[in-house]
Design a binder for this molecule. Structure first.
Ligand code: UTP
Length: 298
């Protein structure tokens, strides 16, 4: 069956970005000038996804408004002849996919957020895309997962090697065998293991392709790490009834879910952005010199 649907959970509290996330969804924080959720929606579209369900928390208005028309603004830009800006605004409404929304009443965990997609998904395979991870590759990662699904007809998660000391921040796989280049059979999926107990350095990153049987697991899933209903725990149970693969992503991943990653991504993206790249590059070179001088004068 064709993979046409995606779920974007955006109902977390975003505590790592307080106070910015007090009244704004974390997924609306911009990288230079584009909210992270727009990067995700664009990846979905480029991967052939047709329908997207966004799981929202209390800060729902900002996301819905972002993808809605803005008649006053559009009229103003039109009257002033600001056609490039108008085009940019139109691109947020004419995105070429259908958007649907549902609210998660309490932030009980990623697994609970995905569970709310049950009637939207019905009996189709689907992808879960997290706004915390921005991926760059010649073929979008979501498309890579869909291509693997078309070969295996099984659930498949994206993983990436991370430095060993960082594994406790992720879900981690215990690989059984590399069955094809970059494709692993998995013994176990473990959410946030202690560094000493981590079964590998292959961390689950924010793209999952799941079969609809995941909902049977999510509906009976007990809270796990942090008292939250963990998607990783439900996937581990699914793996006991049907094969769940892991696909190693070799492209670039930007973790915008923590402050340092967010700043780093802003710089990297700024260096490719036509409006600011030259100025930013010159500034960074100048800054690097200044920091070096500071260091030698200490
Ligand atoms: P995170 O743990 O990264 O998001 O969840 P968070 O809880 O908002 O962030 P911090 O740790 O407090 O800073 C991963 C993804 O799952 C969503 C989040 O929006 C994020 O995209 N999520 C998490 C939900 O939709 N609902 C939840 O109950 C928890």
């Amino acid at each position: 069956m064709k993979v046409r649907k995606a779920v974007i959970p955006a109902a977390g509290l975003g505590t790592r970005f307080l106070p910015a996330t007090k009244a704004l969804a974390k997924e609306m924080l911009p990288i230079v000038d584009k909210p992270t959720i727009q990067f995700i929606v664009e990846e979905a579209k480029a991967s052939g996804i047709e329908d997207i369900l966004i799981i929202e928390g209390k800060n729902k208005r900002s996301i819905e408004d972002h993808f809605d028309s803005a008649p006053e603004l559009e009229q103003n830009l039109e009257e002033k002849g600001k056609t490039a800006l108008l085009k940019m605004v139109h691109e947020t409404t004419d995105i070429g996919v259908n958007l649907f929304y549902v609210r998660q009443a309490y932030p009980k965990g990623l697994g609970d957020a995905v569970r709310l997609a049950k009637s939207f998904i019905a009996d189709e395979p689907f992808v879960v895309m997290l706004g915390d991870d921005l991926m760059m590759d010649t073929v979008p990662l979501t498309r890579q997962l869909i291509d693997e699904y078309e070969r295996t007809h099984a659930s498949i998660l994206a993983v990436k090697k991370v430095p060993h000391e960082e594994v406790s921040a992720y879900g981690v796989i215990d690989p059984e065998q590399e069955v094809a280049p970059g494709l692993f059979n998995v013994k176990k999926f473990v959410e946030k293991p202690a560094v000493a107990e981590a079964p590998s350095d292959l961390a689950i990153i924010g793209r999952y392709l799941l079969t609809p049987e995941i909902f049977e697991m999510l509906e009976t899933q007990a809270p796990g790490k942090g008292g939250e209903i963990q998607l990783t725990d439900a996937i581990d149970r699914l793996n006991q009834t049907q094969r769940v693969f892991a696909h190693e992503f070799k492209g670039a991943r930007y973790d915008v879910g923590n402050k340092f990653g967010f700043v780093q991504t802003t710089i990297e993206y700024g260096l490719t952005h036509p409006e600011v790249k030259d100025e930013l590059r010159a500034y960074l070179l100048q800054l690097a010199k200044r920091l070096e001088t500071d260091l030698t004068q200490r």
